[in-house]
Write a protein of this length. Structure first.
Length: 204
């Protein structure tokens, strides 16, 4: 089969490297140089996570507590799978540690140790986004899609700052969507946030 051919995968890797250069150097600008390192730092999102926890607990009580449990399970599944199943089996070197990009890469943050496939940032945030979308779409409607914009910006930032290839991010995003879909569907079947337990200010 053609997709098993070594030449095919070599071409995919070449495209991946080319896309990395386009994002990391071709799209460089002063605004992104400030925004993207900020976006990828998980510590900067702690206030948002705390807000979500307080919000669901205050407004959805017991179901809110279960929502938090499923939210954390989603992140744990994404993170453990990305690390244990992918990173230590594919052993793909990060671009910032690659001999190919010495002197070419724009590294805007400290280059992490370890391997890069898949991107756990992308997996975790797309997992959270998918779970949030599925559990809140009946309440927020199309506004729930903003979670994917947030996750997409964080995933894009991984490439822009120089620590991941686009392929790492795409694979991580798909992994996150996979787990977020499972936990989101299961949560909705067992509990489900709805207008019956929605604060009036949201359901109006």
């Amino acid at each position: 089969m053609h997709f098993l051919n070594a030449g095919f995968w070599q071409q995919i890797i070449q495209w991946d490297h080319s896309m990395f250069k386009t994002v990391n150097t071709g799209m460089a600008n002063p605004l992104f140089d400030v925004v993207m390192p900020f976006m990828r730092n998980s510590l900067h999102w702690i206030p948002l996570y705390l807000f979500l926890i307080v919000f669901v607990l205050l407004n959805f009580k017991g179901k809110g507590a279960w929502w938090i449990v499923f939210f954390l399970v989603t992140v744990s599944l994404c993170d453990m799978t990305g690390t244990k199943l992918f990173k230590y089996n594919f052993l793909r070197t990060r671009p910032c540690n690659s001999d190919e990009f010495i002197g070419q890469i724009r590294l805007l943050v400290t280059c992490p140790s370890g391997y890069g496939f898949t991107s756990n940032h992308a997996a975790n945030h797309f997992g959270m986004a998918m779970f949030f979308f599925l559990s809140f779409r009946r309440i927020l409607g199309r506004w729930a899609l903003l979670a994917f914009l947030w996750a997409g910006m964080i995933a894009f930032a991984q490439v822009y700052v120089g620590i991941h290839y686009p392929g790492d991010v795409v694979a991580g995003s798909l992994l996150g969507i996979f787990y977020g879909s499972i936990t989101g569907v299961f949560f909705n079947r067992q509990f489900g946030l709805s207008y019956r337990n929605t604060p009036k200010k949201l359901s109006e």
